[in-house]
Design a protein around this ligand. Structure first.
Ligand code: AOF
Ligand code: ZN
Length: 343
């Protein structure tokens, strides 16, 4: 029960923790909650520290329930194991060890060496999914990649039918997905054609970081996607206009210059990982989507199909092949195919 509660606290950090995990912690003394917390944002206090400081002296002899093994590393913050020892906690219940190679069971050993009981609580079903993004990132140093595309029923990316192919509630679904993922990536063609905002309109505070692939730096400084309500990152090629780069930087835009105009997605993902982004949703257009698909550098894919047909528009044959092995699900009038890449 307490672990379930720790999980629900952990999910409150979704989309905010960047390269860090989702962690919730509860301190229990004599059957009562005396402290609780979650990891709000990368760079800020860890869940255990929040919960333990709320508990204060009541932490002596108490149990700590936390979904992830406490850390023993010095990063933005001091090691949580030290805080656990200092607080006089008697028992630590965890759901999984920290897949970070720098932790990975070391804290469990350390706690046991200090005669603190460590219990693994049989994780309910969703423990495997809770830190799926983090597990990929921390073991590969590249972000978890979600592909998302909206197609007409004749499998084209609409060339003219307006910005939105799908409608509510599929749009709402995508906004929530952006908020949970924490970063959105698009190619420059999509920016020029649609001038999208790529926000999480459901929770403006959680606007995802926005990454734009723009080899020739064709973006306008006034593009909606560059609105200063989140982190904005442009990947460009060699030889892009230096003055324009400087101007974008004064607007707070991060500009990364790659060695070539065309770069493999694997290189791109390594660079995104270096920016401490743990998960990204690739929202097109067709060329960007197809490149990730063909280079097999994605982890999960969402294809929305709307009940309209267009005669022009970009064909995405790779998407039609993928959805053949997916189970369709209705989202309002649209159909969603959700698949994981099979390894
Ligand atoms: C926990 N509880 O709430 C988090 C943990 O740079 P830092 O100090 O934020 O440390 C990041 C590392 O700490 C991260 O890679 C992971 O191993 C752990 N994150 N651990 O016990 C938390 N956020
Ligand atoms: Zn920690």
């Amino acid at each position: 029960m307490y672990m379930q509660y720790a999980f629900s606290l952990a999910t409150r950090g979704a989309g905010q923790t960047g390269a860090n995990p989702l962690v919730g912690a509860v301190v229990i003394k004599n059957g009562r909650i005396v402290g609780q917390g979650f990891h709000r944002k990368i760079g800020e206090a860890h869940a255990e520290v929040v919960a333990l400081s709320e508990a204060g002296n009541r932490g002596r002899g108490a149990d700590l329930h936390v979904n992830l093994e406490p850390c023993c590393t010095h990063g933005h913050t001091r090691p949580c194991v030290d805080a656990v020892l200092a607080a006089g906690i008697k028992r630590v219940c965890i759901a999984e060890t920290d897949p970070n190679p720098a932790v990975n069971g070391r804290s469990v050993e350390m706690l046991r060496r200090h005669n603190i009981e460590v219990t693994f609580v049989n994780p309910p079903e969703y423990v495997a999914t809770l830190n799926r993004h983090y597990r990929k990132y921390i073991t590969t140093m590249t972000p978890y990649v979600i592909l998302k595309i909206a197609l007409t029923s004749n499998m084209k990316i609409s060339g003219y039918a307006g910005k939105y192919v799908t409608r509510e509630p599929a749009l709402r679904y995508v906004h929530a997905l952006r908020g949970r993922t924490g970063a959105v990536l698009v190619g420059i063609n999509t920016v020029l054609a649609d001038d999208p905002y790529l926000t999480d309109r459901l929770a403006a505070r959680r606007n995802p970081a926005r990454i734009i692939i723009d080899p020739r730096l064709r973006i306008s400084a006034e593009a909606n996607v560059l609105a200063a309500n989140a982190r904005r990152i442009i990947f460009t090629g060699p030889g892009s206009d230096r003055e324009k780069i400087a101007r974008l930087q004064t607007l707070g835009v991060e500009v990364v210059q790659m060695e070539a105009r065309h770069f493999p997605t694997a290189d791109l993902l390594r660079r995104i990982g270096m920016l401490k982004i743990g998960a990204v949703i690739v929202e097109g257009g067709g060329k960007t989507f197809t490149q990730f698909l063909e280079e097999r550098t994605y982890d999960e894919m969402y294809v929305f199909v709307a009940p309209i047909t267009v005669s022009t528009g970009i064909d995405v044959p790779a998407a039609s092949a993928m959805i053949e092995r997916a189970r369709p699900e209705s989202i309002g009038e649209d159909i969603l195919y959700h698949v994981y890449r099979d390894n």
